[in-house]
Design a protein around this ligand. Structure first.
Ligand code: PZK
Length: 343
């Protein structure tokens, strides 16, 4: 049944690829959309996708494209990963089964793996220890949430890059530098860097984060703290990237967020997930071109195929694209941890 649906949807899209897109009428922006409704998501699996959280008992502390953070009390936050997925800067209309749990479990794996290098904000994932008003949401929260220590967050993104991609590749092409760091000449897109580099960014209130030179970071948060964040970020990335590489995943770059707690400089937010990093399948790696994304490639391919103009309204995903994407997240979790998530 599901195989037939998959084939049908793939066939329908292949047909549509060949159809000229010039004669779109009746206000239909994407001829594919109607065709792909063949494979609307209706399985039990896809019913359990969580797109929105709502805990009227709690005050929302921060909300992102994928994660929501609620205030529990002065010291603690409830951190929840939904099944939302973003692509080309927009959250799509369709969720990815298990994605929130996979991302949460990947962060938890790294918190444990890195615990000797840096303290982290995790307090507990044990629902039994959640405040009584949250007990009734246990099913929703299980596996995708954690209670964390509230930190005084530093207003910089600590980005580490082991490979030349994204905004760094753009900057390098025009200036030969990234965040003021001089790089060797003649590097190609996706090249591995001679050594990982620390390329901080400011959290822009609108649009994209802005890469800043280290000196600018030092002005923002102070030179001592900047040096410490630089050192911690590089050590953490290096240990994790070396491990992931042995498991078949290249972590091309990643973004850490740190804050201050009673434990000192503390690793917060999600850590080394496919959402906060570029994960590349190691067996397909080759410099001189952009790399396929480990997790989002089917989504991007589909959105290119339907020629989405990357403006609202955001498209829904066909069930087979969502399912194959879900499988990629589960695969990333399996490769990194050697464990399977209960599905
Ligand atoms: C915190 N963000 C980023 C934005 C998210 C996360 N432990 C903490 N203490 C205080 N603040 C934060 C954290 C963490 N983690 C992180 N914003 C505040 C962010 C949007 C959604 F899930």
């Amino acid at each position: 049944m599901s195989i037939n649906l998959r084939l049908l949807a793939a066939g329908a899209r292949a047909e549509l690829r060949e159809r000229p897109l010039t004669k779109i009428s009746l206000g239909l922006e994407y001829p594919t959309i109607s065709a792909c409704r063949i494979s609307v998501m209706n399985s039990q699996l896809l019913d359990s996708v969580l797109l929105q959280t709502d805990f009227p008992e709690l005050k929302l502390h921060a909300s992102g494209k994928v994660r929501d953070v609620y205030l529990l009390d002065q010291e603690r936050l409830l951190f929840v990963a939904t099944d939302r997925i973003s692509a080309f800067d927009y959250v799509l209309a369709t969720g990815i089964p298990h994605k929130g749990r996979v991302l949460t479990q990947i962060s938890l794996f790294w918190f444990e793996f890195l615990r000797d290098l840096v303290p982290n904000h995790l307090i507990t994932t044990d629902g039994g220890q959640y405040p009584p008003p949250l007990q009734k949401y246990a099913d929703q929260l299980h596996g995708r949430s954690m209670i964390v220590t509230r930190a005084d967050m530093f207003p910089v993104e600590c980005v580490v890059r082991g490979y030349l991609s994204g905004s760094a590749w753009k900057e390098y092409k025009t200036t030969g530098r990234v965040c003021g760091i001089e790089l060797p000449t003649g590097l190609q897109e996706s090249d591995r860097l001679p050594e990982p580099i620390f390329t901080p960014a400011t959290k822009a209130t609108t649009g994209h984060d802005e890469n800043i030179p280290f000196a600018e970071m030092a002005r923002l948060v102070g030179p001592d703290l900047s040096r410490q964040l630089h050192d911690i970020s590089l050590v953490v990335y290096s240990k994790a990237a070396e491990y992931a590489r042995q498991k078949g995943i290249i972590i091309a770059d990643t973004k850490f967020e740190f804050g201050r707690t009673a434990q000192g400089i503390t690793l917060a937010d999600e850590v080394l997930t496919p959402d906060s990093s570029r994960f590349w399948p190691a067996d397909q790696y080759g410099p001189g071109r952009a790399q396929d994304s480990f997790d989002k490639q089917y989504v991007r391919d589909y959105l290119e195929e339907i020629r989405w103009n990357k403006q609202p309204p955001v498209p829904a995903l066909p069930a087979d694209v969502a399912r194959r994407t879900s499988e990629k997240y589960l695969e990333a979790y399996h490769l990194l941890t050697g464990r399977d998530l209960d599905v």
